[in-house]
Ligand binder design. Structure first.
Ligand code: DON
Length: 304
């Protein structure tokens, strides 16, 4: 039997001692206020055992981790029609890279880079009755927790400074790959990114991706085949131009956000979430990636 708590404790001690914890994101001004010393980690097995260390119950901005919830909802709503508008290839470029979009006729490489996620946001806007309320309800339902909310200050902060996302959305619109007005799509997108959750809430909300599409409440939201595809996309594209490195070091499908969170999973076994706000050069949590590498190495558990 692996002693998960002992492994997490060890990782926590090591993380606390690290001097260079990376750089907290500041291009969304509201995110810059976060304590760079915060560190939390939470593991939830498919049998319901829970292990946590540090700030695992503290809320943080999930940012791009929300793209996995958005993709799963869009897949549930319109299925394979998504793939006419977004591709499934790693981009090998930063999450906010624009040049490929024009070269490739405004079909984003994948649903996790910003341009791809903006197309998914457009799909949700067209297919949900009350997009912001319905999306929040979906995330709450997955986590089994009605306290989860948008942080309006963070959404507003990105609305005022998200120039690259405006550029990307305008390009998508010019190529007819957005159905709704640019402002409406970005308002939704900035809100989905501004959801706040803790590591323990993320471990619950990601349960369906480790358990064949059925959430903790035993409701089947997406098919087994759709989960296979989402996990493949997390593995190949979840960390942008660091996806290869993450697969190489950690060996789990996962998704990062510039709030410093990462959620990752081993199918049928567990979900593991980590939060450390300092980012590396690729915009992923510096200590978060390291902590997950330590975890899969010490526990000898990965998909490989
Ligand atoms: O669109 C943005 O730039 C942010 N709302 C989300 C980016 C992000 O989280 C990238 N992940 N590491």
């Amino acid at each position: 039997m692996v002693d998960f708590q002992a492994i997490l404790n060890r990782i926590y001690q090591d993380a606390k001692a690290v001097k260079d914890k990376g750089v907290v994101a500041s291009y969304i001004p509201e995110l810059a206020h976060v304590d760079p010393e915060a560190f939390g980690m939470h593991l939830r097995t498919s049998e319901g055992e829970k292990y946590g260390v540090g700030d695992f119950d503290k809320l943080f901005s999930i940012q791009s981790i929300s793209k996995v919830f958005a993709l799963s909802k869009a897949m549930a709503l319109i299925g394979d029609a998504i793939w006419k508008r977004v591709d499934v290839e790693p981009s090998g470029n930063p999450y906010n890279f624009l040049a490929l979009l024009e070269i490739e006729n405004s079909i984003p490489r994948n649903p996790f880079i910003n341009s791809g996620a903006i197309v998914i946001a457009d799909i949700l806007l067209s297919n949900l009755k009350n997009p912001k309320a319905d999306f929040l309800s979906y995330v709450r339902e997955l986590a089994g927790d009605s306290s989860i909310n948008y942080n309006e200050e963070v959404a507003y902060s990105e609305k005022n400074t998200g120039f690259k996302n405006y550029a990307s959305a305008n390009l998508l619109k010019s190529f007819n790959n957005l159905e709704n007005p640019v402002d409406a799509v970005l308002d939704f997108y900035f809100h989905q990114c501004a959801i706040e959750m803790s590591c323990s809430q993320l471990s619950k909300a990601f349960y369906l991706f480790a358990n064949k599409g059925s959430c903790m409440q035993q409701k089947q939201h997406i098919s087994n085949q759709q989960v296979k595809r989402i996990n493949a996309l997390m593995l190949t594209c979840g960390f942008y131009d660091e996806a290869g490195e993450f697969a190489f070091e950690v060996g789990l499908p996962g998704k990062s956000g510039v709030g410093g969170g990462i959620a990752a999973l081993l199918p049928d076994q567990f979900v593991i979430s980590v939060w450390s706000p300092g980012l590396n050069k690729k915009g992923n949590s510096k200590l978060g990636v390291h902590a997950l590498e330590q975890f899969t190495t010490k526990a000898k558990l990965s998909i490989f």
